[in-house]
Design a protein around this ligand. Structure first.
Ligand SMILES: NC(=O)c1ccc[n+]([C@@H]2O[C@H](COP(=O)([O-])OP(=O)(O)OC[C@H]3O[C@@H](n4cnc5c(N)ncnc54)[C@H](OP(=O)(O)O)[C@@H]3O)[C@@H](O)[C@H]2O)c1
Length: 284
């Protein structure tokens, strides 16, 4: 019998993560021996714990909040996409050591493709300027979007995000990326083909989620525009509900979660991920 593939997820907290169930279900379906554990590690202990797992020869792992950025200094190499996003959510053991990747960005793109939303030549609005927004900008720019406007409630946060990405993207994409204050959203909505909601404002824990949706000029969007919300708790967020009322195409955040995991699974196992099995595991 071969040794199982040993994997896990670092987070703080990590108890809520569905990644273990998703990857275990995928491995079971394919008859692959695989162990996937939760590693609840405080920020101050991350370096020691990651080093320990590397010494033990762990095959790979995921990282969630708050470790995606700090782990980069602990790795042997970081893939260019993850370097541009400045966040690693997936680590793979290779002959050259532990290499960090970001599968959130291609995960978002695949979830849009699966939903039939065109990304090539898209005119995109990204709401928010945190880590998820950054992944969205890199993923969509690299997938062929023609224009991206980053709308942040603190304009300086949006400007810093765009400024830091210009150099990372300039040599390989032809996409105009600009920042604007969220208060000027009206200017951008009437020509957008895709809105990516990447703030945490629509989380079910935010009692003002409806207020956030109500202040967006969703009515100004063209009728063939699509709206995706990265938040998946709830699945139908306040922003998606408003977009649906308008008859626009909507995409929830579960697809991105699924595909970031599916891409990681393929990196670790070399096997095509059983998408439907993984989706079912996330829904339970
Ligand atoms: N589906 C997936 O696989 C996936 C992957 C990654 C993230 N996500 C989701 O994406 C969300 C954002 O994640 P993140 O890592 O980017 O978080 P983050 O780094 O904390 O950034 C959150 C952003 O949202 C903005 N924001 C929060 N409340 C707002 C409001 N009421 N109005 C306007 N802007 C507001 C923040 O602005 P301030 O800095 O001014 O507060 C910041 O720009 C999370 O809720 C997470 O659930 C989903």
């Amino acid at each position: 019998m071969t040794d199982p593939i040993r994997l896990g997820i670092f987070g703080f907290p990590v108890v809520h993560s569905k990644s273990p169930e998703m990857h275990r279900a995928a491995a079971r379906a394919l008859g692959i021996a695989l162990e996937y554990d939760r590693f609840e590690v405080a920020p101050a202990d991350l370096a020691a714990e990651v080093t320990r797992k590397h010494d033990e020869g762990i095959d790979g792992y995921n990282l969630t909040v708050p470790h995606k950025e700090t782990v980069m200094a602990l790795l042997d190499d970081v893939a260019p996409g993850a370097r541009a996003i400045r966040a690693v959510n997936t680590v793979v053991r290779t002959d050259d050591g532990y290499v960090g990747h970001n599968t959130d960005a291609p995960g978002l793109v695949r979830s849009l493709e699966e939903a039939g939303v065109g990304v090539g030549e898209a005119r995109v609005i990204v709401l928010g300027a945190g880590g998820a927004a950054r992944a969205a900008v890199v993923g969509l720019a690299e997938a062929g979007a023609s224009e991206i406007a980053v709308l942040a409630r603190r304009p300086e946060q949006g400007e810093a995000l765009v400024e830091s990405l210009v150099e990372a993207l300039a040599d390989h994409v032809e996409c105009t990326v600009e920042a604007a204050p969220l208060s000027e959203a009206d200017w951008h909505f009437d020509s957008a083909t895709l809105v990516v909601q990447a703030t945490s404002a629509t989380l079910e824990s935010n009692p003002r989620a409806d207020e956030f949706a109500a202040m967006l000029p969703i009515d100004a969007l063209p009728p063939d525009a699509a709206v995706v919300d990265m938040v998946y708790k709830p699945l139908k967020t306040s922003v998606l509900a408003r977009a649906e009322e308008r008859g626009l195409k909507i995409v929830d955040g579960l697809g991105m979660l699924l595909y970031q995991g599916a891409i990681a699974f393929e990196m670790w196992t070399g096997s095509a991920p059983p998408i439907d099995v993984m989706r079912e595991a996330l829904r339970n």
